[in-house]
Design a protein around this ligand. Structure first.
Ligand code: IMP
Length: 210
């Protein structure tokens, strides 16, 4: 089955969009379009994100974007699971900290996580990502996990979210200290996308220019 190579990303996160664009460039000519360009009320993507699993949240976002744009829709729901916090903040990672004036949500989240952990020596954590692709009535989904540890202070200016406080297993730098190219070789999102692309192949779905 040949399907439009134009895919709407069901997210308002600009950094995620850039990351996906970079990742997708190694899978041929896929044209990723931000939700704001194809959907009349993209803010709705935030209000549907209210479930207790990454999968349900990603599914709700992908369905909304597909329905509103009539293009294949890709959604991602991610989070960080910290062992010493029994897996929190997990699916609640985005709105973990209460928003504060003058501080970005990402920074408030990192500050709260470091203050909850304090000097706890158990700093193991994982970044998790679930992808859902709704395409011509077919629903595909995949997961990616990146194991690592949390630092005691933020390091690096790259990436977004929890990147400056997360050191992947086997590395010495935080994701915030790595170039986008390096993060994209090992990330939870790269792993989930690879799996999703294999599934497209298995289903015989070919993304091609209209
Ligand atoms: P959401 O999937 O957009 O709801 O993101 C959940 C939370 O995880 C947000 O706080 C993001 O900033 C964070 N997050 C998502 N992906 C990454 C990543 O690749 N690195 C670090 N933090 C991330």
């Amino acid at each position: 089955m040949r399907v439009s190579n134009r895919i709407v990303l069901a997210s308002l996160n600009r950094e995620k969009f850039e990351e996906f664009n970079h990742l997708l460039s190694s899978y041929g000519s896929i044209e990723l379009v931000p939700a704001e360009k194809l959907i009349r009320n993209p803010e709705g993507l935030q209000s549907v994100e209210r479930y207790d699993t990454y999968f349900e949240n990603a599914l709700a976002k992908a369905r909304l974007a597909n329905h509103a744009s009539h293009y294949p829709a890709l959604a991602d729901d991610s989070g960080i699971e910290v062992d010493a916090l029994q897996g929190r903040p997990g699916v609640k990672s985005h709105r973990y900290a209460t928003p504060k004036p003058q501080i970005t949500q990402d920074q408030a989240n990192r500050d709260l996580l470091l203050s909850e952990l304090q000097s706890n020596e158990n700093r193991s954590a994982r970044l998790c990502c679930t992808l859902v692709l709704v395409i011509e009535g077919v629903l595909l989904h995949s997961n990616g996990i990146l194991e690592g540890t949390l630092t005691k202070a933020p390091k690096g200016i790259h990436g977004f979210g929890y990147d400056p406080i997360f050191v992947p297993q086997g590395e010495t730098q935080t994701l915030g200290e790595m170039t986008d190219e390096k993060k994209n070789l090992i990330s939870h999102r790269a792993k989930a996308l690879h799996e999703l692309m294999l599934q497209l192949k298995t289903h015989g779905i070919v993304l091609a220019k209209p």
